[in-house]
Ligand binder design. Structure first.
Ligand SMILES: *[C@@H]1O[C@H](CO)[C@@H](O)[C@H](O)[C@H]1NC(C)=O
Ligand SMILES: *[C@@H]1O[C@H](CO)[C@@H](O)[C@H](O)[C@H]1NC(C)=O
Ligand SMILES: *[C@@H]1O[C@H](CO)[C@@H](O)[C@H](O)[C@H]1NC(C)=O
Length: 348
């Protein structure tokens, strides 16, 4: 019979078991406290390191700022949120001190790509000088200047934590090809280089200048900018590609916004996906003997219709004062066209 049938036996077993214990006890007495001590010592260190690592980026300091008021909208005159809950960035909707601290804690590095092909190098100086004054001030920035004329890239003094990288690329004779091949070049360099060097990419036209603050409030996985000529228009009025033969085709009953090709960006991996997809669509169109009506911009609009941006920049981030004046909803004009004779530049 086993232990259950014979209580005595079970006690015996227990006792004999207990009789063997002193050895175990002596082992436990020696090793257990040491194990516990080591676990506590190293485990605590390990855990506290982990929790510090996961806590640090989000912990902003106790600064003083105006309280957000649930019953007081930040702006009543403009849409500040898309139906897919992406913020639309307008002056008055964000506190830059909180955002600056959040992005500083994440040690964010921002890449700004700009194409200065052929005569467009003349725009670089003003673009870079004004970027030094207004673009991502206080953060780490790498300017990626794509050009076929590396010797003509101007020397512009750069602030601390900011550098300029010249990427020599080929030119194309048609300005439409220069414009469209930007998608290919950004996607190529994203894969080869940008992924290792920066967290976000901002892709900007060079024939522009920064006139007011453009900072980390724009950064998000994927962002596009409202075209200043169409922010009040209905979707039927957007200059989307309307020919079904093109990969950029958007039917009349579709569309959220008309985005401008001159200012977009996001995390490097998202910009890589976007530029690669647009480049592939451009290549397919070419093979099919069609070119989208607004070139890379048409393909950008198609992409952003079916891959919704996580932030949308208001026309404060893309404005032409000569053409559009200064309406009251525009509290700031941040990134603006510089007066020029466009046709003359294009023909050179
Ligand atoms: C911040 O990023 C730079 C590289 O851009 C790196 O050298 C540095 O160690 C990073 N600092 C922290 C605290 O992560
Ligand atoms: C295009 O680039 C080539 C060198 O790659 C250069 O010789 C030529 O002058 C450039 N064309 C223009 C119009 O700048
Ligand atoms: C991009 O990369 C592909 C393959 O690596 C190459 O064939 C192509 O010439 C590159 N394009 C540019 C513009 O550098």
């Amino acid at each position: 019979m086993g232990a259950l049938g014979n209580p005595e036996g079970s006690r015996e077993q227990l006792e004999s078991g207990a009789g063997r214990r002193p050895k175990c006890f002596s082992l436990h007495l020696g090793i257990l406290p040491l194990t516990v001590f080591l676990l506590v010592f190293f485990g605590y260190g390990f855990l506290s390191q982990r929790s510090q690592k996961s806590r640090e980026p989000g912990a902003v300091t106790r600064m003083v700022y105006a309280q957000p008021k649930v019953l007081t909208p930040s702006r009543e005159d403009v849409l500040v949120l898309t139906p897919w809950l992406a913020p639309i960035i307008w002056e008055g909707t964000f506190n830059i001190d909180i955002l600056n601290e959040q992005f500083r804690l994440l040690n964010t590095t921002i890449g700004l790509t700009v194409f200065a092909i052929k005569k467009y190098v003349v725009f670089l100086k003003l673009f870079l000088e004004t970027a030094e004054q207004h673009f991502m001030v206080g953060h780490k920035v790498i300017y990626y200047v794509f050009t076929d004329r590396p010797a003509e890239v101007p020397q512009v003094p750069l602030g601390a934590g900011r550098k300029l990288v010249v990427l020599t690329v080929r030119n194309y004779s048609r300005w439409q090809d220069v414009s469209m091949h930007r998608m290919e070049m950004i996607s190529n360099f994203s894969e080869r280089r940008f992924l290792q060097e920066v967290d976000y990419l901002v892709c900007a036209d060079v024939d522009m200048k920064f006139q007011d603050h453009v900072g980390v409030e724009i950064l998000s996985a994927l962002f596009g900018t409202l075209h200043p000529g169409f922010y009040r228009s209905s979707r039927e009025a957007f200059t989307y590609e309307r020919r079904p033969k093109s990969r950029a085709y958007i039917p009349w009953d579709k569309g959220d916004f008309y985005y401008m090709g001159a200012f977009f960006g996001g995390s490097v991996v998202e910009v890589y996906h976007l530029t690669k997809a647009c480049h592939q669509a451009i290549v397919e169109d070419k093979a099919n003997g069609i070119e989208a009506v607004w070139h890379d911009e048409s393909h950008l609009n198609k992409y952003l219709l079916y891959h919704k941006p996580t932030k949308v920049l208001s026309p404060e981030y893309m404005w032409d004062q000569q053409l559009l004046g200064w309406p009251s909803i525009m509290k700031k004009l941040r990134y603006v066209t510089v007066p020029k004779n466009h046709q003359a530049i294009r023909n050179r």
